[in-house]
Write a protein that binds this ligand. Structure first.
Ligand code: ADP
Ligand code: MG
Length: 139
């Protein structure tokens, strides 16, 4: 298994619920190490920049409003197959359809406010980590 890095976000709904520690615990139990962490309240424009690939989707306006409604906790996670491993821990996009025991099932609110984000591939992970962390902040 390749050692990878991925970008994880505890979204505003889950940060408000106080489950940042649960996300870190799940990551660590799966062999993923948080190599960088920050808490940030995104502006609307910053949320739009992050989700630029979803610009054309019908839920873009609602999604970026939600992502900028309160602080998020952003982490770069490192470990074996980090990208797929973290997405497996998240479960399906819709918490109601996510597998039992996954983070979205346990702590998500609805299909939009689903608690957590995970990069979906290597290029996305590189873009997303660069969006939040300067080179010197990820050793
Ligand atoms: P994922 O985060 O599982 O990779 P997507 O990339 O398809 O899912 O969508 C990005 C985010 O947009 C989701 O995590 C969720 O917050 C939101 N979203 C996705 N689909 C919908 C939808 N049908 N209605 C509202 N929000 C959605
Ligand atoms: Mg996605």
């Amino acid at each position: 298994m390749a050692i990878e890095r991925t970008l994880a976000i505890v979204k505003p709904d889950a940060t408000r619920k106080g489950v940042v520690g649960e996300a870190i615990r799940a990551a660590e139990e799966a062999g993923l190490t948080p190599v960088a962490i920050r808490r940030i309240h995104l502006t609307r424009a910053q949320a739009e920049g992050f989700y630029a690939v979803h610009r054309a989707r019908p839920f873009f306006a609602d999604l970026t409003a939600f992502m900028s409604e309160g602080p998020v906790v952003v982490m770069a996670l490192e470990g074996p197959d980090a990208i797929a491993t973290w997405r497996r821990l998240l479960g399906a996009t819709d918490p109601g359809k996510a597998e039992e025991g996954t983070l979205r099932r346990r702590f998500g609110t609805n299909i939009q406010a689903n608690g957590f984000h995970g990069s979906d591939g290597g290029e996305t992970a590189a873009f997303e980590m660069g969006y939040f962390f300067a080179g010197l902040e990820i050793p």
